[in-house]
Design a protein around this ligand. Structure first.
Ligand code: SF4
Length: 405
């Protein structure tokens, strides 16, 4: 058997050379069959068949909005990502209509990656074959945990056994990359139970793993339960031990820790993979602060320093078709854009090149002093001409990075 090799590093590889045009599309499908208690994404509870009219109206509005992006010639985007909500809850006949539109407005020959998020309960042969036929090459399956009682804490409704079934269905249909999304530090989780979850993930050998510690988002039922003392969050020092353990186990199992909470299976010498290996290109696009356009209620967009978001309201989204109402417009000046880009690049384990810092951060910028202070306390380090989070800095990554905004 070939030994896994280190995935080709991003060092010296400029993945996103076009800095002016949209390189990614994000489509938001706002339906879920149940609201998980930790979730603060915009979605509404729906069933695949009971609200057919609503799904049709949404699809019509999404298609109208997508057609506004067609600027005479097809868009040369590198990635499409369909998130939610639960995109796999949308009926196949509506997917047909969306694919037809995408084939009209996107030059698929320039597309490197087409991802759809999936709930294990809604992955079917029919849908996966339809996806594969239409260029989808990555499925991101929300597993979160394989422990039924931890799923219950999250009020996440799926049978853990259906995760492997969903992966098999997707692979048999010809979907090349499978992502598994996990959560750790779930109330009542122990180190043993974390290990059991990691065993289950590694048995399945996904191409990519996201593993985030549980966040208590404001105004979610889970946060309310915590505030009422009905559940106890995992203590900070245990959460840190858990994160360390996740890093160790996934690294030992041949996964490349390329972003704070993301791992890609290392490539084999005989594999014909792009330069970014099994990493998720659409997320790399975000972390490189490239341009993308979002469609659907609550979808965000970023174009050359301009940021905005579609109103998170399905009724108004449908009424506003083809141009939906938007909120949170923001234009970042150069100084702030550099801060934001620095912050995003530092999420990557390889960090940001010192050449980039020299080119974009003037000598007079106070960020040089902040970087020095963070290096002095061993939160940041320079390795191979890249500034990056230290192993210690990783555990408080968000707070460290925020100082450089
Ligand atoms: S399935 Fe995903 S989007 Fe829907 S409620 Fe659960 S976490 Fe939120």
């Amino acid at each position: 058997m070939q030994q896994p090799q280190q995935v080709v590093s991003g060092h010296g590889v400029n993945l996103f050379q076009d800095t002016q045009n949209a390189l990614g599309l994000y489509l938001h499908i706002p339906f879920c069959f149940h609201k998980c208690h930790y979730c603060d994404f915009y979605s509404i509870v729906d069933s695949a068949t009971r609200h057919e009219d609503r799904q049709q109206h949404f699809t019509d509005a999404l298609i109208s909005e997508l057609l506004t992006a067609n600027d005479k010639s097809p868009l040369k985007v590198r990635t499409i990502f369909v998130g939610g909500g639960t995109p796999t809850l949308l009926q196949p006949k509506f997917w047909h209509q969306i694919f037809q539109t995408l084939h009209k407005i996107v030059d698929f020959s320039s597309l490197d990656e087409f991802t759809v998020e999936a709930n294990p309960e809604t992955v079917t042969d029919e849908l996966m074959r339809l996806f594969a036929q239409n260029g989808v090459n990555r499925i991101s399956i929300g597993a979160q945990s394989f422990d039924q009682s931890l799923l219950k804490v999250l009020e996440r409704w799926h049978d853990p056994q259906n995760v492997s079934k969903a992966m098999n269905i997707a692979r048999n249909a010809g979907i090349r990359y499978i992502n598994l999304d996990m959560i750790f530090a779930i109330p009542s989780q122990t180190m043993d139970r974390l290990n059991a979850d990691l065993d289950a993930v590694l048995d399945l050998q996904p191409d990519h793993i996201s593993d985030y510690s549980l966040i208590f988002e404001p105004n979610t039922p889970l946060t309310q339960k915590r505030n009422m003392g009905l559940i106890q969050p995992i203590k900070e020092d245990i959460e840190r031990d858990m994160f360390e353990h996740v890093i160790t186990r996934l690294s030992q199992a041949g996964y490349d820790h390329y972003e704070i909470s993301n791992w890609a299976k290392k490539t084999q010498a005989n594999q014909d993979l792009p330069v970014w290996g099994n990493r998720c290109l659409h997320n790399l696009l975000y972390w490189h602060n490239a341009n993308w356009l979002g469609f659907g209620p609550s979808a965000a967009s970023h174009m050359n320093g301009h940021r905005w978001k579609n109103l998170p309201h399905l009724g108004k989204y449908i009424e506003g078709s083809p141009i939906p109402p938007t909120i949170d417009h923001e234009y970042l000046k150069q100084h702030d854009r550099i801060g934001e880009q620095l912050m995003m690049l530092l999420r990557l384990r390889e960090g940001v090149s010192t050449a980039w810092i020299k080119k974009h951060i003037p000598d007079s910028d106070v960020r040089h002093q902040t970087i020095k202070e963070l290096r002095d306390i061993n939160m940041l380090e320079i390795r191979d001409n890249y500034l990056r989070l230290t192993d210690q800095g990783l555990f408080v990554g968000d707070a460290v990075i925020a100082r450089l905004l």
